[in-house]
Design a protein around this ligand. Structure first.
Ligand SMILES: Nc1ncnc2c1ncn2[C@@H]1O[C@H](COP(=O)(O)OP(=O)(O)OP(=O)(O)O)[C@@H](O)[C@H]1O
Ligand SMILES: [Mg+2]
Length: 236
């Protein structure tokens, strides 16, 4: 059984078709890239999977649990965590406190939450910044903090929405290493990304959206050479 399975998921906003008839699966232990032009419906699909909006039709399965229409906290409790395209950092708190807020959703013991938060900061390469106010972190550090917060929910599936945007090549490389480390820890990753040099080398599979529909699905190599994908998104 797949970890995540989407069956003909559609999301319409009035007459606007944000997602139409999208089906694909993510297996445990996989990194799947979700790519496509601006407005293709990538974030909307994340919102459907994580419970931030209900699909207009279709089914979303996490193992044998139906996710579609559940609220975010239920999806999170079942094992889906996400980051947001627009950061939702608590800027007046330290980095450690930001992760503790998430860890406290899994335990009410403060000392344990602090210990787990330290673990995820360390995991994402932020151990030395625990006491730093989140507002003082660089863009790259803030992205990793968002990932650490999502990991503190102890998910089975992590949805990453453009965590590599605006990073320099070295930072992209490090972010890609963190995503691989997450997969190696047994957490499947569905990764929305425009930074293709970050996602293509590490993804097991790529799903391409265009105008709300699935345009293609395949290995990074197959996708990079797919004439339809080149025409719609990659360019020559
Ligand atoms: N809450 C909403 N109400 C109305 N329309 C929406 C809403 N959310 C998204 N849309 C529309 O749905 C379409 C898909 O948007 P979405 O944000 O999912 O695209 P995206 O692939 O994430 O784009 P980007 O790469 O720019 O982040 C767009 O036309 C957008 O304007
Ligand atoms: Mg988006």
């Amino acid at each position: 059984m797949s970890l995540l399975r989407l069956e003909q998921v559609s999301k319409h906003y009035g007459g606007l078709v944000a997602n139409e008839d999208i089906s694909f699966a993510v297996e445990a232990g996989e990194i799947v890239g979700l790519i496509g032009p601006n407005g293709a419906g990538k974030t909307t699909l994340f919102n459907c999977i994580a419970g931030y909006t209900a699909p207009s039709s279709g089914a979303i399965w996490l193992g044998e649990k139906a996710l579609a229409g559940l609220p975010p906290e239920r999806c999170a409790a079942l094992g889906v965590a996400r980051t947001f395209q627009i950061a939702r950092t608590f800027t007046s708190m330290t980095a450690l406190e930001n992760v503790m807020v998430a860890a406290l959703l899994k335990t009410h013991r403060l000392a344990l939450a602090r210990q787990r938060a330290r673990h995820w900061l360390d995991f994402t390469g932020l151990a030395h910044l625990g006491d730093t106010p989140a507002a003082s972190l660089t863009t790259s550090e803030q992205r990793r903090l968002a990932v650490a917060r999502a990991l503190a929910l102890e998910p089975l599936l992590l949805l990453l929405d453009e965590v590599m945007a605006g990073l320099n090549p070295t930072e992209v490389q490090r972010a890609a290493e963190v995503v691989q480390k997450i997969r190696d820890a047994g957490i499947a990753c569905l990764v929305v990304e425009h930074v293709l040099e970050g996602i293509m080398p590490i993804a097991n599979r790529i799903v391409v959206l265009d105008y709300g529909r699935k345009l293609a699905e395949g290995s990074p190599e197959a996708i990079a050479n797919d004439p339809q994908v080149i025409a719609a998104y990659l360019g020559a």
